[in-house]
Design a binder for this molecule. Structure first.
Ligand code: M6R
Length: 614
């Protein structure tokens, strides 16, 4: 939610900031703005709309400056317009701020400002925050760094902020709590700070992930100063980024989403690399090895996640219960955190998150930690908040995912969950040796199988043409493919804005069947293994009511092909692998429909990639 970027150094700030915003735009894109330090003070340009609009707006302006901050917004307080867009200036015009997060006690802070007669122009919590910092600065005579420390001690909520002060040229003050912030250290001791590493990688690979409740002072040519809110000095542990610029570019694809769909053979391979040894018939998960006995003795595993990551958790539930016979519950982070859940020390809680920053998942994990559970993380973004909050974890290594619709992150999560289920099943002795070995072999072949499924792209595109104008879709699956149906429906609704529902196929007769007619296409995952006959019966029930069926079937299937209006074949594989394969045509279907409808596939309306607010 919201992307922030700041630069201070010996180079022109504007190109670094605007290119940084473009990389961060997936985090929010309803308004954008930039503040630059000039000799006679700070100038701010901001507008409703995307970063391209901001770029257009400033093209004739004098943008020369070596220090600046910029923001791309996903509105929380106040409608998306130029006034509410960031950066916000303090009443004196001397301080400028960009902010990602939500200040929960903004009303209390606002009242303090109102008592002093400080005027506010916007409806945002951020403008309140910058004025509150200025008030403390004026009252105490402290510098911006110290005033920020003092002010933040009185702030409740989540924030990643970058501040500039017209009276302290060249300096940026940064702070975080709950929202991510990465500081890049350039060769000439110049600094670029951003919500994630994507704007930084073109400038430097050396970074520091600012920790909770830390405040930093960045001044070109000098060491960064990092302190806690309580003014304890922190020695920043620098790390090297392991991503490449190419990974952040579209590489000839029209949209990141399509590129990421096509990257799945590689991302699934990367999520297994070094962990699966088909020759030796061994799986090893280094990150969780010290905790394996603890997991094996667990009373139950609880998985928490949101959106697509929650769907991956549901797939994982089938896998772990089937292969390792450990009871699993899967919870939405948002529900779990607010319902006083029963958690015991012998519970293992697994947080699943692509970004590793999702506020609800993070809060659910913190709650479980307080109650004594062992926390594991399955995250894609290395060094993310969830990765750091958990005791141990397994990175998915899918590479940066930029499209708001999650694709390769899902298949990487499912792969990692299958590795985990197999490892636990092996250690517990709950999986017959033959199946274990056969599954390892099949899993090792999954990248090739996915490659094969991607060859259905053209066919899926043609099917999309038939159905692009439909107003509703139903997605059905059974067993391990029920969550895949949910995921297919989510993909379609979030990028095409077509209403879609996912259901376990057998549930249809308990309500949704009333909706079936020729205007309600039904996408059915009807692969051979797992409840095949049952799903064939469900398909007959739909056909009997004039429903139109798009079926995902196992290669060579004749029975469903004879009933369905369209069939998309995927290679035969163990049931445990079918989510990895069946999900690909559903991603492609959603993608093509959205493109045909002229949607902004990578940046669908109202959404943002990392949901760092509740
Ligand atoms: O970064 P996370 O995996 O924690 O994100 C969770 C959801 O916000 C995310 O999966 C969302 O549902 C996607 N837009 C789905 O495509």
């Amino acid at each position: 939610m919201c992307g922030i970027v700041g630069y201070t150094g010996d180079r022109e700030a504007f190109p670094i900031l605007i290119n940084g915003l473009k990389k961060l735009e997936y985090r929010g894109y309803d308004s954008a703005g930039i503040a630059l330090e000039k000799e006679d003070g700070i100038v701010v340009y901001k507008t409703e709309g995307k970063v391209s609009r901001l770029e257009e707006m400033v093209k004739d302006k004098d943008l020369s400056s070596r220090t600046g901050i910029a923001h791309t917004r996903w509105a929380t307080h106040g409608v998306p317009n130029a006034v509410n867009a960031h950066p916000h200036l303090s009443a004196s015009g001397k301080l400028a701020i960009v902010h990602n997060g939500i200040i929960e006690n903004y009303q209390v802070l606002k009242e303090a400002l109102e008592q002093d007669g400080i005027p506010l122009k916007s409806e945002t919590d951020t403008e309140i925050l910058v004025n509150f910092i200025e008030k403390i600065k004026n009252e105490t005579g402290k510098n911006l760094f110290e005033a920020t420390q003092l002010a933040l001690k009185r702030v409740v909520g989540a924030y990643a902020i970058v501040l500039m002060d017209a009276d302290a040229p060249g300096r940026l003050v940064v702070a975080r709590k709950g929202s991510p912030l990465v500081i890049g250290l350039g060769k000439n001791k110049d600094y670029i700070v951003a919500s994630d590493a994507s704007p930084i990688i073109a400038q430097t690979k050396t970074v520091y992930y600012l920790d909770e409740d830390e405040v930093g002072l960045l001044e070109p040519g000098k060491e960064m100063i990092i302190k806690t809110l309580d003014n304890k000095k922190v020695n920043p542990r620098l790390t090297e980024l392991d991503m490449t610029i190419e990974e952040l570019e579209k590489g000839g694809f029209e949209y990141f989403m399509l590129k990421e769909i096509y990257e799945q053979p590689k991302s699934v391979y990367d999520s297994m690399r070094g962990r699966i040894h088909p020759g030796k018939k061994i799986i090893r998960l280094g990150g969780i090895e010290p905790y394996e006995n603890h997991i094996l003795e667990a009373d139950r595993i609880i998985m928490v996640g949101c959106g697509t990551s929650w769907h991956a958790g549901l797939v994982g539930e089938y896998m772990i219960e089937e292969l390792a016979r450990i009871p699993v519950e899967v919870e939405y982070g948002s529900e779990f955190r607010y319902r006083n859940p029963v958690i015991r020390p012998r519970d293992v809680v697994i947080g699943i998150s692509q970004s590793g920053e999702t506020a609800d998942t993070l809060a659910a994990l913190k709650l479980a930690k307080e109650k004594g559970a062992l926390l594991l993380g399955i995250c894609n973004v290395v060094g993310s908040s969830i990765a750091r909050e958990t005791h141990a974890g397994i990175y998915t290594h899918a590479g940066p995912e930029i499209g708001v619709a999650s694709t390769k992150a899902f298949t990487a999560q499912v792969t990692v969950l299958l590795l985990l289920a197999l490892r636990l099943g092996y250690l517990k002795g709950t999986i017959p040796r033959e199946r274990y070995e056969a599954l390892i072999e099949e899993l090792a072949k999954a990248p090739d199988l996915i490659e094969k499924v991607l060859q259905t792209d053209l066919q899926v595109q043609q099917i999309a043409r038939h159905y692009k104008d439909m107003k509703n879709f139903l997605y059905l699956g059974r067993g391990i493919n029920f969550p895949v149906a949910l995921e297919g429906a989510l993909k379609l609704k979030e990028i095409s804005y077509i209403h879609a529902e996912g259901y376990p196929a057998a549930e249809m007769k308990h309500g949704p069947i009333a909706l079936i007619d020729e205007n309600m296409p039904v996408v059915v995952i009807a692969t051979k293994k797992g409840n095949y006959d049952k799903i064939v019966s469900n398909i007959r029930e739909i056909k009997a009511r004039n429903g139109r069926i798009i079926a995902i079937v196992t290669e060579g299937d004749k029975q469903v092909a004879a009933l369905a209006d369209h069939t998309i074949e995927i290679p035969e594989a163990d049931e445990m692998l079918s989510p990895l394969l069946a999900t690909i045509p559903l991603q492609l279907l959603a993608y093509h429909i959205a493109v045909m409808l002229g949607r902004d596939v990578d940046k669908p309306r109202n959404l943002a990639k990392s949901v760092t607010v509740e």
